[in-house]
Design a protein around this ligand. Structure first.
Ligand code: PLP
Length: 421
């Protein structure tokens, strides 16, 4: 008898095919990326790094991992890359483990303003093991005030500064962050999990020349399998003068590699690393730059359409693939909106907005992203239509008839945008 899990996988495929996916951290990988993940590579243990493994039989996976590393370096112009982190949070954990001692101060973007858990939230390892301080956005503008970042850094003297977020719709001033980091002797980490694909396509500022270390996920705008990566533009000597027994200074590349394995993880997922390599090749194809531009054009078309309907966007718009919408002026919560939209097969996530007066379980906002719908083939007109549907649901928040009729329209509409056929 077939395992019912396969029926459930089919149910999920139907859900993905028939709905509009607006979760900013999601995307649809290519069929080849999916294919690589379902292969015999999952059977292989390969603790260590290519050429230096703790298991026999790694000749083939060594080649695959080296290809993944080379392609990733080429995309971002990096001199060092590690493709083993199982996820973005684990990439960050490995970096912190490599660079910090327990109790060291870190400075990151406030979670309630759009930051990520792994940048010092008290419920995460990063806020439990290290001493976190935060910068945020201004109430009036929704933007980060770099003078304030500098003032906090000067006051707190963190050992590591993180720039990057999960819900910030504007680009980052990496050069200024680096100047601040240098002024207090901190390591600067850019976590580009969200905009990585747009940075790869050169649509946004490049962190590589300015940030000591860059981490990312591979599954958001980069459109690969779920996973994490770590890179450096330039390899540098570790800033604490740590040496080998023979007195040689240890390079950051070795320290970071040790942070991932054996520091944070055991065996790498070579089937996922193969899928990362395939996704990286897709990113290197000129068509990916076209995709990235369309992601941004779609986000800007949506943002404009929301504003025209009286929605309050944090910072008033977007430079990237996402927007954060404060729904208080519409008298609905993020939670109620997320739930009502799901009934019409539109998926978003509820999200805290800066200076939110509601709990993270309720929230005053939603986060909306265009990476996944652009992969499905949406253009600006489809995005404007989507805003119309969202507005119908929000302005009739408890009306199940409206939800059902919008759902029917959407299910029919999505047949024009085939997925894994
Ligand atoms: N960093 C940022 C900025 C993120 O937005 C996310 C995920 O949303 C992560 C790290 C963590 O990635 P993962 O869920 O793969 O651990």
């Amino acid at each position: 008898m077939a395992d019912p899990i396969f029926d459930l996988i089919n149910d999920e495929l139907t859900r993905q095919r028939e709905g509009i996916e607006l979760i900013a951290s999601e995307n649809f990988t290519s069929a080849n990326v999916l294919k690589a993940m379902g292969t015999c590579l999952t059977n292989k243990y390969a603790e260590g790094y290519p050429g230096k493994r703790y298991y026999g039989g790694c000749e083939v996976v060594d080649k695959i991992e080296n290809i993944a590393i080379d392609r990733l370096k080429e995309i971002f112009g990096a001199s060092y890359a590690n493709v083993q982190p199982h996820s973005g949070a684990q990439a960050n954990a490995a970096i912190f483990l490599a660079c910090l001692e327990a109790g060291d101060k870190i400075l990151g973007f406030d979670l309630s303003h759009g930051g990520h858990l792994s940048h010092g939230s008290p419920v995460n390892f990063s806020g439990k093991v290290y001493r976190p301080f935060f910068y945020g956005v201004e109430k009036e503008t929704g933007l980060i005030d770099m003078d304030k970042v500098e003032a906090i850094a000067k006051k707190e003297q963190p050992k590591l500064i993180v720039c990057g977020a999960s819900a910030y719709a504007r680009d980052w001033d990496y050069a200024r962050f680096r100047a601040i980091a240098d002024s207090v002797g901190a390591i600067l980490l850019a976590d580009i999990a969200h905009p990585a694909g747009l940075i790869a396509g050169k649509h946004l500022n490049d962190p590589m020349p300015y940030c000591h270390i860059v981490s990312s996920t591979t599954h958001k705008t980069l459109r690969g399998p779920r996973g994490g990566i770590i890179m450096m533009g330039e390899n540098f000597d570790n800033p604490w003068g740590r040496t080998t027994k023979k007195g040689t200074i240890i390079k950051m590349s070795s320290i970071l590699n040790s942070g991932v394995f054996p520091g944070m993880q055991g065996g790498p997922l070579e089937h996922v690393i193969a899928a990362k390599a395939i996704a990286f090749q897709e990113v290197l194809d000129p068509s990916f730059k076209v995709y990235g531009q369309q992601v941004i054009d779609n986000a800007q078309a949506m943002a404009k359409a929301f504003v025209a309907k009286g929605y309050d966007l944090i910072s008033g718009g977007t430079d990237n693939h996402l927007m954060l919408i404060d729904l208080r002026s519409k008298n609905v919560t993020g939670k109620a909106t997320e739930q009502a939209l799901v009934k019409a097969d539109i998926t978003v996530n509820k999200n805290m907005v800066p200076f939110d007066d509601k709990s993270p379980f309720v929230t005053s906002g939603i986060r909306v992203g265009t990476a996944a719908i652009t992969t499905r083939g949406f253009k600006e007109a489809d995005c404007i239509k989507t805003v119309d549907w969202i507005d119908q649901i929000v302005t009739n928040i408890d009306n199940e008839e409206v939800q059902l009729s919008v759902k029917k329209e959407i299910n029919a509409y999505m047949h024009n945008f085939p997925l894994y056929e």
